[in-house]
Design a protein around this ligand. Sequence first.
Ligand SMILES: Nc1ncnc2c1ncn2[C@@H]1O[C@H](COP(=O)(O)OP(=O)(O)OP(=O)(O)O)[C@@H](O)[C@H]1O
Ligand SMILES: Cc1cn([C@H]2C[C@H](O)[C@@H](COP(=O)(O)O)O2)c(=O)[nH]c1=O
Length: 210
Amino acid sequence: MTGLFITFEGPEGAGKTTQVTRLAERLGGLGHDVVVTREPGGTKGGEAIRTALLDPQADWSPLAELLMMNAARDVHLREVVLPALAAGKTVISDRFCDSTRAYQGGGGGMDQDFLMQVEKAVCTRMPDLTFIFDLPVAAGLSRADGRGARDRFEQKGDAYHEAVRAAFQKIADQETRAEQIFAGGDIEDVEKAVWAVLEERLPDLTKAAP
Ligand SMILES: Nc1ncnc2c1ncn2[C@@H]1O[C@H](COP(=O)(O)OP(=O)(O)OP(=O)(O)O)[C@@H](O)[C@H]1O
Ligand SMILES: Cc1cn([C@H]2C[C@H](O)[C@@H](COP(=O)(O)O)O2)c(=O)[nH]c1=O
């Protein structure tokens, strides 16, 4: 039986990586076979693309970002996500196709029809469940700042980040696979909110693996 595909999405510093790690540990403790991965990244080539894209000295256009994100995604799907799902594993990805809609579409202003055509070609397996974290831009950036120097995306202006946040909120409203999570609370409260959604949407996953 094919495995479940869960993605975490949202603006900078929302706490996605923290919750991906916690969820994977909890599911692993229940005996589920979990693969944690991320975008851009997850493969050797994808990680190289990530380094280039996040480099604060680089000057990629929104079109270049769209093409590079999707080149990384294509190999990520073929080499990591699809084989793991075919083997019945649960795949948790820290960002996926919705980030392209939000960053290159919302923030970068790329044409929606073109963006969706590319998504249709590349995102051949959409997630079963997507957590969309939401919190005010300033709060997220302040958390991200606590980790160190800003990367190329984090360095963009407030208007860009507000547009990204609004685009994620729109996805949460439009997509039945998506659940918006208030990410402004403490780490334990966010973890509880994520687990509650899982209990409602994918109850088998919250029980011990057979
Ligand atoms: N609920 C929370 N409350 C306060 N701090 C948090 C919370 N969740 C995570 N953090 C801290 O905020 C910082 C960013 O968290 P994390 O890396 O998980 O976010 P992220 O959404 O993956 O960020 P990005 O998309 O920018 O990589 C980390 O230092 C983390 O320890
Ligand atoms: C998948 C994807 C990502 N991005 C941006 C969003 C972030 O700023 C970085 C990834 O780093 P993080 O540690 O996960 O925050 O890349 C994007 O613009 N478009 C995408 O499709």
